[in-house]
Design a protein around this ligand. Structure first.
Ligand code: GLC
Length: 540
């Protein structure tokens, strides 16, 4: 099988929404197996070399499975451990690598570890979680907030203390200062990697390490009450990313490194409280220092970058200049926590983003359904599933819209399920189904398929040099990707106007375009239509 360095990209599957084979309305592991040919190897497959599965572990599903009650068990909703092993075999048979989610920062409150910890102050596992006394007035130990809304502390009447939960109160934070916790979590890594899993995506890592002073965060002077998520009312200094994070992550990376060619990708968002670029990127670069041989962080910056050629050029240029050759960028523009690409940027614009993502260096991570241009679903109140939304209606932190079922065909429930899907599908699918798009050479799917194939056929797009040109252009972000075999020229028009772009290269063929026709003005110049992007190639 290919090594990770040959992998053209990673396709994120949200198991509950991919394919349901037992008719209960939720996707399952057998469904993923059934659709592996869609991912790679089959006729008309997308052609992506790796998948990442969001959690399928035993869980009460209060946070979509990110509330794990048994790290080594499979949630019956999704199948059995035998099903998972079958998935692993079937994926590997098709040369597809399998990455799974690893949730180190918290467990479910019905995990036996937490039940034992909460049973009494004297419990042998009391220190596995973070318990603190109330302030003298009975209020929470400090002002830290939960990402899921409200205080990060939950009072426990039985033992008269508060426990910390950086997310939902049903997700108590583990205490990584406790060596037994670290050993137990390393055993989880061993359990899956010794089975043959190829990599881990480590969830919400910054919250593994709190400042041991447990002091209050300062208010955020730029916060606009009533207009943004109340979580942004503070500068988040103390509840995460403390110095000891490095030790914890080094430990996990060392555990991963014992297995041949396995990788670890950390989930961490840019430091929004940072004022300067330096402050913003420092935590990101530090994550690369953990162990560049196996570990790398996601790059989510593009999710928050304004849709302009200059802002994308600056963002990518800054990142590329900060990374040395041994550091693999993981550009990611969508996932199960963010509004869909098409809903954020628009239809044509999303195609441009896709072309950019798949022509940048490293290991791109794509979210299921984005390859069809699926947009956010409309979720009426009675269908809401996400606790983030249920607990904080209308604040805008609900994530159901981007988790709607995969749209396979115009059959019953878009070919996703014979039952009632756990989240509603759009009433009108238009041409946003796999069946429509596999036969349409101008589709979103065809664009992804084409550039992924290019990424596979030569290492130039994965590892070649990156160099911008036309750097004063306010409408076009253009760059070359080159090595000893090829020079690829990529020109992306971020504006709603037709813009002339000087390419320079002669004898280059246009091998992909986000829309047709592509009009060359002369051998060296192309007139790019609104939001049009092209890839040209020349053999060296
Ligand atoms: C990560 C996951 C998100 C989850 C949270 C808590 O950000 O992507 O879905 O709610 O961590 O585990």
């Amino acid at each position: 099988m290919d090594r990770w360095s040959d992998v053209n990209g990673i396709y994120q599957i949200y198991p509950r929404s991919f394919m349901d084979t037992d008719g209960d309305g939720s996707g399952d592991i057998s469904g993923i197996i059934e659709k592996l040919d869609y991912i790679k190897g089959g006729e008309d497959s997308l052609g992506v070399d790796a998948i990442w599965l969001s959690p399928f572990y035993t869980s009460p599903m209060i946070d979509g499975g990110y509330d794990v009650s048994d790290y080594c068990g499979v949630n019956p909703l999704f199948g059995t451990l035998a099903d998972f092993k079958r998935l692993l075999d079937e994926a590997h048979r098709r040369q597809i690598r399998v990455m799974i989610d690893f949730v180190p920062s918290h467990t479910s409150d019905i995990h036996p570890w937490f039940e034992q910890s909460a049973s009494s102050r004297e419990s042998s596992q009391r220190d596995w979680y973070i318990w603190r006394d109330a302030k003298p007035d009975g209020s929470a130990p400090n002002n830290w907030l939960s990402v899921a809304g409200g205080s990060a502390w939950q009072y426990d009447e039985k033992t008269d203390q508060y426990y910390l939960h950086s997310f939902l109160k049903e997700q108590p934070d583990l205490n990584w200062d406790n060596l037994e916790v670290r050993e137990a979590m390393k055993a989880v890594v061993d359990f899956w990697l010794s089975m043959g899993v190829d990599g881990l995506r480590a969830d919400a890592v910054r919250w593994m390490a709190k400042d041991r002073s447990f002091i209050d965060n300062l208010p955020n002077p730029n916060y606009q009450a009533g207009q943004e998520d109340p979580y942004h009312s503070q500068i988040h200094t103390y509840e995460g990313s403390a110095d000891q994070l490095r030790t914890y992550l080094c430990d996990i990376a060392a555990a991963v490194e014992r297995y041949d060619d396995c990788i670890l990708i950390f989930e961490d968002y840019p430091n929004f409280s940072g004022v300067t670029l330096e402050e913003r990127y420092r935590p990101y670069l530090e994550l690369y220092d953990i162990n560049p041989r196996v570990a790398m962080p996601f790059n989510f910056e593009g999710m928050f970058t304004a849709f302009h050629a200059t802002s994308f050029r600056d963002f990518v240029g800054t990142i590329q200049s900060l990374l040395t050759d041994d550091r693999i960028p993981v550009y990611c523009f969508g996932n199960h926590d963010q509004s869909r690409l098409v809903s954020r940027f628009g239809q044509q614009q999303a195609r441009l983003i896709a072309m950019m993502q798949l022509t940048l260096p490293g290991l791109p991570v794509m979210y299921y359904g984005d390859e069809l241009g699926m947009s956010d679903g409309r979720i009426d109140d009675e269908f809401i599933q996400d606790s983030f939304e249920k607990n904080n209606p209308g604040v805008g932190i609900g994530r159901d819209p981007e988790r709607t079922p995969m749209q396979w065909s115009h059959g019953l429930s878009a070919g996703f399920s014979k039952g009632v899907p756990w989240l509603p599908l759009p009433s009108e699918l238009q041409d946003k189904t796999v069946a429509d798009q596999q036969t349409d050479r101008t589709s979103f799917f065809a664009l992804y398929q084409k550039i992924l194939a290019l990424r596979s056929s030569t290492s130039t797009l994965r590892r070649g040099a990156y160099e911008t040109f036309g750097t004063n252009d306010e409408h076009i972000f253009s760059y070359k990707r080159s090595d000893k075999d090829y020079i690829f020229t990529i020109a992306l028009n971020f504006s709603d106007q037709t813009v002339e772009c000087y390419i320079g290269e002669s004898n280059s063929d246009i091998i992909a375009a986000t829309s047709q026709p592509v009009r060359m003005k002369d051998e060296h110049t192309v007139n790019l239509r609104p939001y049009q992007g092209i890839v040209m190639a020349r053999r060296v």
